[in-house]
Design a protein around this ligand. Structure first.
Ligand SMILES: Nc1ncnc2c1ncn2[C@@H]1O[C@H](COP(=O)(O)OP(=O)(O)OP(=O)(O)O)[C@@H](O)[C@H]1O
Length: 247
């Protein structure tokens, strides 16, 4: 997949959505913002199901300019999008290395498990060891390993992220790892710093994409300020976890 295009449908009152067909490219980060019930999850489902005017929103989704026939949609829908939600744990009784080797061979990839673990270890402060059992990983380690696995092994070209930060995950590195591996990343967020990391954001209201905002230069300045605070906060969190004074 090189790009996906969202054609407008209708809001909850059947009024047409007021945006021009929107094309998002592989390697792009797009934020989705809006109040509860505004239609964020429905938009993501529309993309996952590659809808063709046959969902409640009436939207149409095209993949590389093509609207796919139902059989192909069904075949693709499970593979197109990888989800990263807040609380996910591995349940397999394998070590980290065994799991990665298995996944690499299923996907017929030519990559060393050590590289995936090294990438995961840039995201989590507690290093993951290749010989540890998956179900003994902490929440943060599991999430970091999943992110690296999705970025480097998984075939899904689109990644949906539901608020990325928990358990000390370095969100900037995580998002860079995903977009750097040519994933199109949608992140649902209520956090201004995360939203401003994305060059474009979709604002949801009443079931519709109410606006598509391109980050302005002024917003970029705002982002740099928030980013300094984020770095400071991250450094203090690290000290907090180590049990030292926050000075
Ligand atoms: N355009 C639409 N037309 C009709 N119904 C819609 C539309 N968009 C969303 N809905 C419906 O509105 C309800 C709320 O939408 P959704 O779950 O997507 O909101 P949300 O923004 O993800 O909320 P939350 O943040 O609370 O998870 C759902 O039942 C969904 O199917």
């Amino acid at each position: 997949m090189e790009h996906i295009t969202i054609y407008p449908g209708y809001d909850k009152n059947r009024r047409p959505e007021a945006f021009s067909p929107l094309t998002l490219q592989a390697g792009e980060l797009c934020a989705i913002v809006g109040n509860t019930g505004s239609g964020k999850s429905r938009l993501l489902k529309d993309m996952e199901q590659l809808v063709d005017r046959d969902s409640v929103t009436g939207r149409r989704i095209a993949l590389d300019n093509a609207v796919l026939p139902p059989a192909r949609r069904l075949e693709l829908s499970g593979r197109l999008i990888a989800h990263l939600s807040q609380n996910m744990r591995f349940v397999l009784d394998l070590t980290v290395e065994e799991f990665l080797r298995l996944h690499i061979s299923c996907r017929k990839k030519d990559i060393l498990p050590e590289l995936v673990i090294a990438a995961a270890n840039t995201i989590t402060p507690e290093a993951i060891c290749s010989c540890v059992s998956l179900n003994r990983l902490s929440g943060g380690q599991s999430r970091a390993l999943m992110i690296a696995d999705i970025a480097m092994i998984c075939d899904s070209p689109i990644v949906l992220v539901d608020e990325i930060e928990n358990a000390g995950i370095n969100k900037k590195k995580a998002l860079e790892l995903l977009t750097g591996n040519q994933k199109l990343v949608f992140i649902v967020t209520h956090d201004p710093h995360t939203a401003l990391m994305a060059p474009r954001r979709l604002v949801m209201k009443n079931g519709a994409v109410a606006s598509v905002i391109r980050r302005t230069d002024q917003e970029l300045l705002q982002f740099h300020l928030l980013d300094q605070m984020y770095e400071k906060q991250t450094a203090l969190q690290s000290l907090l976890r180590k049990g030292t004074l926050l000075i």
